[in-house]
Structure formats: structure tokens, C-alpha cells
Design a protein. Structure first.
Length: 396
């Protein structure tokens, strides 16, 4: 098997929105993204290093800049995904709101870029209605401060402060919406599990209620007949044995049906899961698997479930195509399931537990598994022997 796994080994190419980094790669990506936004600190750093201020002013400016950056990073990049309380947000925002004009007014126009971070902080952390007032107020404060040192520089930054602040309100709304979506998906999954438990309870009641009632009744009859009519009691006991065996067979059949995944249900679930994860999905609407052996259908359903789980959790893909094809080979007809995405693939060289278990399932059903990187993403191909001449539709 050509298997490059994302199951326990691969890492997505990006940190999910509104979620803390889960591994070193995501942490480095987030640090890099943060570092890009610190470009506006180059002017005050150069100003301090240039020696144009007195030693006392240089020390005070260094301390002020350190406090400003610390408060900014704490407020913005810690608050997104795990919000502070309103009191902490206002306290840290007040620190930024005081330091930015004080440093820019006392040390010169090179420090006007701090207002960019002030605008970002307001846009990222305040409620939408409050941010609509705070961002223009930051721009106005920057312009008024710049009139003292360099009005041209202040005019050039005015539009940037406004645009970047309002852009961050959109990013903040996206993060909040994503977090709420994750919570909603978890709630839906929990409700679905609860509904499945209720359905199982109803089915078991329907299966066993009558049988157990009959067993109880016949046991009581046998107990009353046993002293005087042992032959009739023996017949009742024989009936009890027959009913209990039938009940046991019914329960086993029901449990087997619950445990065996159905390909049609997994295709529908794949469409829902991929769409909810923001992945453009191409999934066959009508699988057309009439006549397919139950074992082959079950193992393909497991393969589809495993592949879609990897796409959603590990790939970072934005497109995924699922195809079902019937192929005629030298070994007879085969049903081929292909799941291909445009994600990052995997960084590991050892198959994960999911793919290893899936390979074993396919081997038991006489099938094969191929999984690995392709030119534009990752592809999983599962094949099982198929019976019947009917064609299998492909994903649209």
C-alpha cells in the first residue's frame, strides 16, 4: 500500500480560525502571521536606535514601547478565540489608548504607527457597535497628534488606520461565527447521538418487550403446573426456550444492523460533513449499489468515513471529490471508491491507525487500499470485488 497518512501524523497547512495552535507547525504559522503585522514597529525602533533622543527619553520610550506591544499582543492574539472579560479588554485597551498618543506626541511622528495597532485592537476586541465609534476616534486622535509633529505623515496614515480597524471588525466577526459554528456542530452531533440512543431503546423495546412478557407469563404457568402436570410444564419450558432463542436472534440481527455502516448513509453524511467544514464537495447523489454484497458495501462505507474524517480534520483542503466506479479487471468486476482533495497531504511516512485498520478491513473483504499524495493534494482509493453488471454513477 502506498500510504502517506494524515491520521495522527499529518498537520494542516494552517491554524483553524478561532482555535489555539495544536502542534508546533500551527504555532510557527501563527507566530509568522503575527510577525508580519509588527512591521509598523520598525519606525519607532529605528527612532530609538538612531540616538536622536536623550538617554532618559530613550529608556522611557523603550519601556513604553515594550508595554504597548505586550498589551497589544495579549489583548488581540489571546482574546481571539478565548475572549477576555469586558473589564480586562477595557483595561488593556486603555493602556494602548494612553501609550499611543503619549509616545507619539513626546517622541515624534515615527511613533504614529502605534495608532494602527490601537485601531486593530479596537476592531478585534470590541463589540461591533462600539468598534464603529472607537476606530474613527483612533484615526482622529492619530491625526490630531500628528499635527504636532508631521501633519503630512498623519494624513498618509489616516486612511490606513480607518481601513485596517474596520477590516479587523470583519475578522473578529468571522472568528466569532466560526467558534459559534463549532459549538453548534458539537451540539448537533450530541443531539444526533441522543436521538440514536432513543431509537435504539425503542427498537430494543419493540424487539424484546413482547418476548420477555411471553417468557414471564410462560414461566409463571410452568411454575404452577410443575407439581401436578410436569408434562404440560415441560411444554411451557420448551416454548420459553424457543421464544428466548428467537429473541436472542432478533437482538443479534438488530445489533449487526446498527454496527454495519451503509454506503448511501455515509455518502449523505460525507456531503454534510464536508459542507459544514467549508469544503466544496462533489459526492454522488445516487450511488446505485444494488446487488453489492453487504460485506463489500460495509467496508467501502468505512473507507469513505475514514477518508472524509481525514479531509475535515487534517488536510486543510477546500475541495473534495468522491467517486464510485465499477471496473472490469482480470480478477473480475471491482467497485472502486476514490476520495481526492486538494489539501496538504501528510508529513508522516508511517500509516496511521485509521488507514492501517482500513487496510485490514479491505484485505478481509478481498479488496485493496491505496492512499498517498498526488500532484494537487491527497487521494485515497479503495477497491472491493463487486457482483452484478449495473453501472455505478460517479460524483457530479
Amino acid at each position: 500500500m502506498n500510504a502517506t497518512t494524515r491520521d495522527g501524523h499529518g498537520a494542516p497547512a494552517h491554524t483553524p480560525v478561532g482555535r489555539a495552535p495544536r502542534n508546533r507547525r500551527e504555532l510557527l504559522a501563527k507566530i509568522l502571521w503575527i510577525g508580519v503585522w509588527l512591521v509598523f514597529l520598525s519606525s519607532p525602533v529605528r527612532d530609538l536606535a538612531g540616538g536622536g533622543h536623550t538617554p532618559a527619553a530613550t529608556v522611557a520610550g523603550s519601556l513604553g514601547l515594550t508595554a504597548f506591544v505586550g498589551a497589544y499582543l495579549t489583548l488581540v492574539f489571546r482574546n481571539i478565540g478565548r475572549p477576555f472579560s469586558p473589564r480586562v479588554v477595557l483595561a488593556l485597551g486603555a493602556v494602548l489608548g494612553v501609550l499611543a498618543p503619549v509616545l507619539a506626541f513626546t517622541l515624534g511622528s515615527a511613533w504614529l504607527g502605534l495608532f494602527v495597532y490601537l485601531s486593530v485592537a479596537w476592531g478585534a476586541t470590541l463589540p461591533l457597535r462600539a468598534a464603529y465609534w472607537a476606530v474613527p476616534a483612533s484615526a482622529a486622535a492619530m491625526y490630531l497628534t500628528g499635527l504636532h509633529s508631521d501633519e503630512k505623515e498623519a494624513r498618509g496614515l489616516l486612511l490606513l488606520v480607518l481601513l485596517i480597524g474596520f477590516a479587523m471588525t470583519g475578522v473578529s466577526q468571522l472568528v466569532r461565527t466560526t467558534v459559534e459554528l463549532r459549538k453548534a456542530r458539537a451540539t448537533v452531533a450530541q443531539l444526533a447521538a441522543n436521538e440514536e440512543r432513543l431509537r435504539l431503546a425503542r427498537d430494543l423495546h419493540d424487539l424484546l418487550g413482547h418476548s420477555l412478557s411471553l417468557i414471564t407469563l410462560k414461566s409463571e404457568l410452568a411454575g404452577r403446573m410443575l407439581p401436578d402436570h410436569p408434562d404440560r410444564a415441560a411444554r411451557q419450558i420448551a416454548d420459553i426456550e424457543q421464544v428466548s432463542r428467537q429473541a436472542l436472534a432478533d437482538v443479534r440481527e438488530a445489533v449487526t444492523g446498527y454496527r454495519r455502516p451503509r454506503l448511501a448513509a455515509e455518502l449523505a453524511g460525507a456531503q454534510v460533513a464536508l459542507t459544514a467544514a467549508g469544503v466544496v464537495a462533489e459526492v454522488p447523489a445516487e450511488p446505485g449499489i444494488a446487488g453489492l454484497p453487504e460485506e463489500a458495501e460495509s467496508v467501502l462505507a468505512w473507507a469513505l468515513r475514514e477518508a472524509v474524517t481525514n479531509v475535515v480534520r487534517h488536510s486543510g483542503a477546500d475541495r473534495c471529490a468522491v467517486r464510485l466506479l465499477r471496473r472490469q479487471t482480470l480478477d473480475g468486476p471491482q467497485l472502486e471508491l476514490t476520495v481526492e482533495d486538494n489539501g496538504s497531504g501528510g508529513s508522516g511516512t508511517v500509516p496511521g491507525n485509521g488507514l492501517t485498520g482500513l487496510t485490514e478491513r479491505l484485505h478481509q473483504a478481498g479488496g485493496t487500499l491505496e492512499a498517498g499524495r498526488v500532484r494537487h493534494g491527497f487521494r485515497l482509493v479503495a477497491r472491493v470485488p463487486a457482483a452484478g453488471p449495473a453501472d455505478i454513477g460517479s460524483g457530479a
